[in-house]
Design a protein around this ligand. Structure first.
Ligand SMILES: [Mn+2]
Length: 427
């Protein structure tokens, strides 16, 4: 069959020069693969067969570029920085990067500053043994950053990580940015692969795998778990493939040969905590619906429950006559040292660009940095509370503070929701 032959062809492709083509389909290939540096075919024909028609040449070209970057940094130690609250897309891709980099004797640590909040993310990390570590700003002070020769941003561009500033201050160079969010700012990076039209970074990474940067082998447990994680990342960023496009489906089809369906099911079965349910309840109670927008402030919530906000937005957008939901609240850590307004947007309206909407609604801070952004069908924002942080033991103050933020966010959102009754005629 034609499909089979193209698969075979591309399987060989990944190992072309190092192995005898005769051995291409034996187990030896698989055993040797992890220790053998992959080499990409110069023609790229095989890979293009099943990377998909639209972006195959770009995917292949980027894979080659990335391979060169790895070659330039053999034996280095790198940090992979994820957003403060990493999602399955980010986690799975970081792991894939780490596994690819291993072949070049590059040791990577996957770090994030916030917490794993969504029950599915906790299950993902626990069940697959995904090697991500939490580095708080506090613990960063005791780290010796001089042993790292580079850092990498995956599924983010540094705007959603508290760790970025310290790592930059330590003089560590940015080696790679691989993301599918709209370009946030010009980043000085050796390798850049930012594709906003791709629905998941997991799709980009699966294309790297297909192009031969790492040969997956179903007899290697770690590979199966990583493929499962990628499948989860891909599904969760495409609303269970409902918003997936050709590239994403092609990537999922490839992963389907390696992933563990039972393991994925176990990850998806993780239950919501009672506190998350309570936040969703509050969002239902507090929501206002105008012009098909559902807007809900949920008050204060603990840092660990932060992911209840996107989950509440996911839920509110399912109401009839609602195409877009925005949910926000004040998230604080145990000692109230860190307080930040966090919000999530979900939309099913094709013509609404979440990135534009959020940038337009909330604008920039004094340094010119936007408070948030988005990708297809989803977006988020974070507004640091700075001087107003803390003192919540005084209930009157805490209530007043919430009311001020709540009304200001509503005003900014409603300005876009009902442009005609804009009370502030500033522009
Ligand atoms: Mn993503």
């Amino acid at each position: 069959m034609q499909l089979n032959s193209s698969l075979k062809q591309s399987k060989r492709l990944s190992l072309t020069t190092e192995l005898n083509p005769e051995d291409g389909d034996t187990d030896q290939e698989a055993v040797e693969a992890p220790s053998t540096r992959p080499s990409l075919s110069s023609t790229g024909e095989g890979a293009s067969v099943y990377i998909g028609q639209r972006s195959n040449s770009l995917a292949f070209q980027k894979s080659e570029e990335l391979q060169k970057t790895f070659l330039n940094h053999q034996h280095d130690r790198q940090l992979i920085i994820l957003q403060d609250f990493p999602d399955p897309d980010a986690l799975s891709c970081a792991w894939t990067y780490q596994l690819i980099a291993q072949q070049y004797d590059i040791k990577c640590e996957i770090i994030y500053a916030g917490t794993l909040s969504h029950q599915e993310n906790i299950a993902l990390v626990k069940l697959t043994g995904l090697p991500a570590q939490r580095w708080t700003l506090q613990s960063l002070k005791s780290k010796d950053l001089s042993c790292y020769q580079g850092f990498v941003l995956i599924d983010n561009q540094g705007t959603t990580s508290q760790l970025l500033a310290s790592v930059q201050q330590a003089g560590i160079p940015l080696i790679a940015v691989i993301d599918h969010h709209s370009l946030q700012a010009e980043l000085k990076s050796e390798f850049v692969d930012v594709r906003p039209y791709v629905r998941a970074t997991a799709t980009i990474f699966t294309q790297y795998l297909q192009a031969g940067l790492l040969t997956l082998d179903s007899s290697i447990g770690q590979h199966v778990k990583c493929a499962t994680a990628l499948m989860h990342g891909l599904r969760s960023d495409t609303n269970r493939l409902m918003q997936a496009q050709e590239d994403d489906f092609m990537a999922a089809a490839y992963l389907s040969r390696f992933y563990d369906a039972q393991l994925l099911n176990a990850i998806l079965q993780a239950n919501r905590s009672k506190r998350v349910m309570d936040v969703i309840e509050r969002s239902l109670k507090n929501r206002i619906v105008q012009n098909n927008f559902s807007i809900a402030g949920v008050g204060y919530l603990r840092y660990d429950d932060r992911d209840a906000i996107p989950q509440a937005a996911d839920f509110l957008v399912t109401e009839e006559n609602v195409h877009t939901a925005v949910v926000y609240g004040i998230v604080h850590d145990e000692d109230d040292e860190l307080e930040v307004v966090i919000g999530s947007l979900r939309t099913t309206k094709l013509t609404l660009d979440p990135d534009e909407f959020i940038k337009e609604a909330f604008g920039q801070d004094s340094t010119g940095r936007f408070f948030g952004g988005g990708r297809t069908s989803a977006g988020g924002f974070e507004i640091p509370m700075g001087f107003l942080s803390g003192s919540n033991e005084n209930p009157t103050y805490a209530k007043m503070k919430w009311e001020v933020y709540d009304s200001q966010i509503k005003q900014k959102l409603l300005r876009l929701v009902n442009p005609q009754d804009n009370p502030i005629q500033s522009e």
